[in-house]
Design a protein around this ligand. Structure first.
Ligand code: ZN
Length: 265
């Protein structure tokens, strides 16, 4: 596994990654995660995108201490004919060990997986499910701030929840904060051509700010373009601490405290 660089100072939490998607790139992800843990990663949350991935993810990861799970139906599931049975399988999975959230779920108007109406319907079913099980939700948002706020006006998460990999306009940050959301920023906050993501990051109070990889996607600068993994999250901590003008260990302490509070880990 030595070909995988680990850049951690110790204590970091990665609130969002996709183990199976890393594995699809021919990586021994279980071995890599054990190496990350041994190098100081405190915890990481493997996030699902369909009820069909749950069994494989447990088989791969349940033996690794520090790995937690979120299960959910990504917007691409919104036009499935078997939506009701998918939701039923999802609900049963929420009782599985180390399940800390429902996600990722949301609305994606960039890819237009299904009509915005169908995406909204699937989202609201799952918010209601999360509320019933007292779990936070992890929200995927692509160009859908207005649609999300309108959906949450009908049914808002009752637990403190997360806007994941936020890249929307800074003007919406206060609206989601008011709804009780925390924000998690991914490797794209480090990209030279992403000043608006940094602007949004600066608008989030420290006690509502978390960091993630969304691995294998969005590897942070200076590793942009590579296969991302939780061991590279240190680069994102480096940049965000520098941008906010705070010590790195202060950022690690607050971001991990926030993650523990939101996800109950
Ligand atoms: Zn994701």
């Amino acid at each position: 596994m030595s070909e995988h660089e680990i850049h951690l100072a110790g204590g970091e939490i990665d609130t969002h990654f996709h183990a199976l998607h890393i594995q699809n790139r021919e990586v021994d992800v279980a071995g890599l995660l054990r190496q990350c843990m041994a190098s100081g990663l405190q915890a990481c949350i493997d996030v699902g995108t369909s009820e069909t991935d749950i069994e494989d993810r447990y088989q791969l990861l349940s033996g690794i201490p520090g790995v937690y799970f979120a299960h959910g139906l990504y917007p691409s599931n919104a036009d499935r004919e078997d939506g009701d049975s998918a939701l039923q399988v999802l609900e049963e999975a929420l009782a599985l060990p180390r399940t800390v959230a429902l996600g990722e779920i949301g609305i994606d108007r960039y890819r237009d997986y299904a009509t915005p109406e169908l995406q909204r319907e699937l989202l609201l079913h799952q918010v209601e499910l999360a509320n019933r099980h007292s779990l936070p939700v992890i929200i995927h948002n692509r160009d859908a701030e207005d649609e999300l706020l309108s959906a949450f006006a009908e049914c808002a998460p009752t637990c403190e929840s997360v806007m994941h990999c936020y890249s929307g306009p800074v003007s919406f940050v206060p609206r989601f904060l008011d709804l009780g959301f925390s924000f998690s920023f991914g490797g794209n906050v480090t990209f030279k051509n992403a000043p608006t993501v940094r602007e949004a990051m600066q608008a989030v109070p420290l006690d509502r700010l978390m960091l993630e990889t969304d691995a294998p996607y969005l590897a942070p600068h200076p590793r942009r373009g590579r296969t991302n993994h939780p061991g590279l999250i240190g680069y994102t901590y480096d940049l965000v601490a520098g941008q906010r003008g705070i010590a790195r260990d202060v950022l690690v302490a607050s971001a991990t405290e926030n993650a523990k509070r939101v996800f109950g880990i």
